[in-house]
Write a protein that binds this ligand. Structure first.
Ligand SMILES: *Cc1c(COP(=O)(O)O)cnc(C)c1O
Length: 243
């Protein structure tokens, strides 16, 4: 896909996001995380030049390579790690320049490891933002913590992980639910998780993010309260995987 088309897609998606926010009764804001996995640094740079700042990667090696390649050219880039976390890759994620948010924390163990790793960055750096990934669709092959345990993990991060900033909840949801018309039950569940967290803590729900919605369902997700949509193929074109 040419850079011109990607730039045009970006403007179209940003406009669609803004329009959806205007009519949504469940959220007043929503940012776009451009999911650039398998796509080139050049494509990322062309979106950056149009003002896009948030980008998402789900393979550690790609995050490492692209964040290093773009560190000086795109200094204000904000990387989101959206892949499954493996303990032995946590230091690589934390050492990627411009890492802004890890969206896929699903256990106290990983939270502790991120906390410890980020503490090495010294008092001068601000806390690393993390989202608690919730397995709303309860599928075995999907990452994320159980719904009933999500608020507790969020509180663990807030109370025990001083180098981290708990910044909200994230879900992927089931394929079927994102390809069926009408309200998506996975999005409803994530919205309810944030609400129960808010009731437990006394914090307002809107003070943290709800990361839900991808290429096929980001408008529906905004209607249901998403504050952060993760869009890949609709922006950059279909992904090709090497065999
Ligand atoms: C790949 C990916 C996306 C983007 O998917 P598209 O359907 O291409 O928009 C969003 N979130 C996660 C966690 C992903 O791995």
């Amino acid at each position: 896909m040419s850079l011109e088309i990607v730039q045009r897609n970006l403007l179209n998606i940003l406009e669609a996001v803004a329009d959806a926010v205007t009519v949504s009764s469940a959220t007043k804001r929503c940012r776009l995380v451009a999911v650039s996995k398998t796509k080139s640094a050049e494509m990322i740079e062309s979106c950056f030049s149009q003002g896009q700042r948030h980008f998402g990667e789900n393979y550690v090696q790609e995050l490492e390579e692209k964040s290093a390649a773009l560190a000086s050219k795109c200094a204000e880039i904000r990387w989101h790690f959206i892949g499954q976390v493996q303990s032995n890759k946590i230091s690589k994620i934390c050492n990627s320049p411009g890492i802004w948010c890890v969206e896929t924390v699903e256990s106290e163990k990983h939270a502790r490891l991120f906390d410890k790793e980020w503490s090495k960055h010294g008092a001068s750096s601000s806390p690393l933002r993390v989202l608690v990934q919730v397995n709303t669709s309860e599928e075995e092959n999907k990452g994320g913590i159980k719904i009933s345990e999500a608020p507790k993990l969020a509180e663990f991060i807030r109370k025990e992980c001083l180098n981290l900033k708990f910044d909200g909840f994230m879900t992927i949801g089931s394929f079927d639910n994102s390809h069926t018309d009408g309200a998506n039950p996975d999005f409803e569940k994530l919205y309810a998780v944030r609400k129960s967290w808010s009731e437990i803590t006394g914090e307002t729900p809107e003070s943290v993010e709800l990361s839900m919605g991808m290429s096929d369902d980001f408008l529906q997700a905004i209607q249901q309260g998403s504050t952060s949509v993760r869009v890949g193929s609709k922006l950059f074109g279909a992904r090709e995987y090497k065999k």
